[in-house]
Design a protein around this ligand. Structure first.
Ligand code: ATR
Length: 275
């Protein structure tokens, strides 16, 4: 019988995960289908019970359900539990197991271009769900110095205080981070600034950026945010959010099938649909 996979979220129509996973099922000869499902906030518990009842093989979870789904799962992986968010669910003999491949996906993508990332003093800009996943995954991977800078400092303090992995962190104001900028070997931009016409500009000034700093942004639509373009102008090496998106999908696919998929193929496919 054909296996069923899905992504649940609201909105969901724009998701490129169905494209990516259905292509992989074809490539690896797996009789399965991946479907986007619109699930409203108030229907999450019922939807998860329904997916379990029909024996879904696995699903992804996106905005606004990543945190709220945790109480409805049978098991949560320790990294996902500490982050407090799940983006991948695997049905193992009728029990729903939750994982987080967003942060680890970011780290896997970074590793391909910056194998020495663990030795780099790092600054994460933003303190939302994405920043939290990336910060925890980097700390779990052994990065020792990660500073945080967020419009709302309390949210950055929470990330620092709730991280179970050993890591050195200072929470900086925007002004202080701008002053310290040349000290960083790696800067990671996680806010939505630059993603749409409604939120243009830069999250902080790159005036003091050192050209040896590696600058990454989790935005991939547009492919190059104003922040990345500015960093590139200053001579820095840059990476956009496409590798994070591709690797979170690749890690989810591996959890479901045991197969490490061809990430170059995935990247090309997503790129061809970004226009
Ligand atoms: P995600 O789950 O994608 O990380 P989120 O949880 O809404 O999204 O987090 C968005 C992050 O971008 C937050 O750190 C937010 O700052 P606050 O914690 O102060 O809300 C940051 N952010 C969003 N818009 C911003 C803006 N215009 N200027 C500065 N920071 C912004």
């Amino acid at each position: 019988m054909q296996k069923l996979f899905a992504v649940i979220g609201d909105p969901i129509a724009h998701s490129m995960s169905p494209l990516m996973h259905n292509d992989l099922f074809g490539v690896y000869g797996i009789n399965a289908h991946y479907h986007p499902l619109l699930v409203k906030k108030e229907s999450l518990q019922e939807a998860v019970a329904g997916l379990k009842a029909i024996g879904i093989s696995g699903f992804n979870v996106t905005v606004p359900h990543k945190e709220r789904i945790i109480p409805f799962l049978d098991y949560v992986d320790p990294l996902a539990g500490s982050i407090g968010a799940v983006n991948t669910v695997v049905n193992k003999e009728g029990k729903l197991h939750g994982y987080n491949t967003d942060g680890t996906g970011y780290v896997a993508g970074l590793q391909t271009v910056l194998p020495d990332f663990k030795n780099r003093r790092t600054l994460v800009i933003g303190a939302g769900g994405a920043a939290r996943g990336i910060y925890f995954a980097l700390a779990a991977a052994g990065l020792q110095h990660i500073d945080l800078c967020n419009r709302t400092a309390e949210k950055a303090e929470l990330i620092k205080n709730e991280c179970p992995y050993e890591v050195q962190t200072t929470v900086y104001s925007k002004d202080m981070a701008e002053k310290e900028l040349s000290q960083y070997g790696l800067i990671i931009q996680t806010t939505p600034i630059g993603m749409s016409a409604a939120s243009q500009g830069l999250p902080l000034s790159l005036q003091r950026l050192d050209s040896k700093t590696f600058v990454s942004d989790i935005i991939y639509n547009p492919l190059y945010s104003p922040f990345l373009l500015q960093a590139q102008k200053a001579g820095a090496e840059i990476q956009n959010g496409l590798p994070m998106f591709v690797y979170q999908g690749a890690l989810a696919f591996e959890l479901w099938t045991g197969i490490k998929p061809d990430t170059n193929r995935m990247k090309k496919l997503v790129l061809s649909h970004l226009g």
